[in-house]
Design a protein around this ligand. Sequence first.
Ligand SMILES: [Zn+2]
Length: 407
Amino acid sequence: MRGEEPVVIEALKVRALPEGSHDHLLEFLRLYRDAVQMVVDRIWSINDRLSRGKLHRLFYSDLVSTGFRAHHAKEIYIYAESLVESARSNGGRKPVLRRLSARADRYDYKLDLDTMTLTLKLHNDYEAKLKLVTSSERVEKFKGWGNYELVVKYDGSVFWVSVYFRRAIKPLKPRTVMSIDLNFDNITLAIFTPNGKLIKLKRFKTPHRKILTHRIWVERIQERYPRSWRFIKGVRKAIDRHGERIRSISWDYAHKVGGMVAELAFRHSSLIILEDLEKLRKNNKKSRKFNKGLGLWFYRRMQFCIEYEAGERGIEVAKVNPRGTSSKCPRCGKKLAEKRHRILRCRKCSFIGDRDVIATINLYKKYIKKYSRCGVSGVALNAPKLDENPNGVQGKGDEAMKTHQVI
Ligand SMILES: [Zn+2]
């Protein structure tokens, strides 16, 4: 990858049907595997890390004289070198290749996404034509992307092609900061201007209660059939069905909300701040985020989708240690006490606020404190002023969010 421009890489893996005989393709895959093995064997006996130039001098002419094209040869020795390197760094044995697979760079294939055909250049000037078996909708998004490498595999009965698509994205220059607090029943996000003014507050309900219902069903079934549930087909099926529901509810939700969050960040040119979940786990195992039987996995999935969608839009994402962010006063730093449901109050400076909104303010402040010198340019170190009624708040019980006072 050259330059500073960030890129998004995505692989499209599809089944491929050879048009006509696939003899030459299979022969190519075998030759390719054997050539990689030959290079691996020779590098293994040399106890030195080889430069690209040295690899080229050692193997290029041999490979080309066996019938490989120039770029095949290059792919072969680079791939072999990477196999040896990773085996050595893991303290493993010499790699032995069994599977039939070959990598081709963009000089050695032609891909037509309109007709879904792939033409591969093989050894000795042979060519193979393959039809990609997938829906045109799946391919649609990659039109206009660059494709730079692909991998062809044969698993004994079917050919598979993975095409790596690449798209450059223009990094978004942040003008505001969005902090996101993930909770059991909601996701709260707040957008702050560089001088600490809250300009947007939004809450999304999470599907945790729905997920929990399915969890409880699974537990009930397991209790009813202690030990034996794994062996009774009907019971196992019922459990699988609930598991499937949990998976689809959480992925659907994470995709949808991840997209909405990133879109909002894009519109406000925000840098996104997330909680560092690794730190969260070390901080406090009894954190309120982990109660009620739901672990880290949902938060991870949520963050994965936010980061992915942000990456696609050139939005920067930063993580901060969430320690204390939902329990300390954003004005004076003292521990807050619960005033009533969801509302926290500081005994020292009498600051009052919604629990989740307080967390977003604290996340924002932590970020500013940590990165103000190299992060968002012009971001002031003063505390945010919550002197306006937040808009865009969803759900019930949000009158609490209007009780903020100026910090
Ligand atoms: Zn206080």
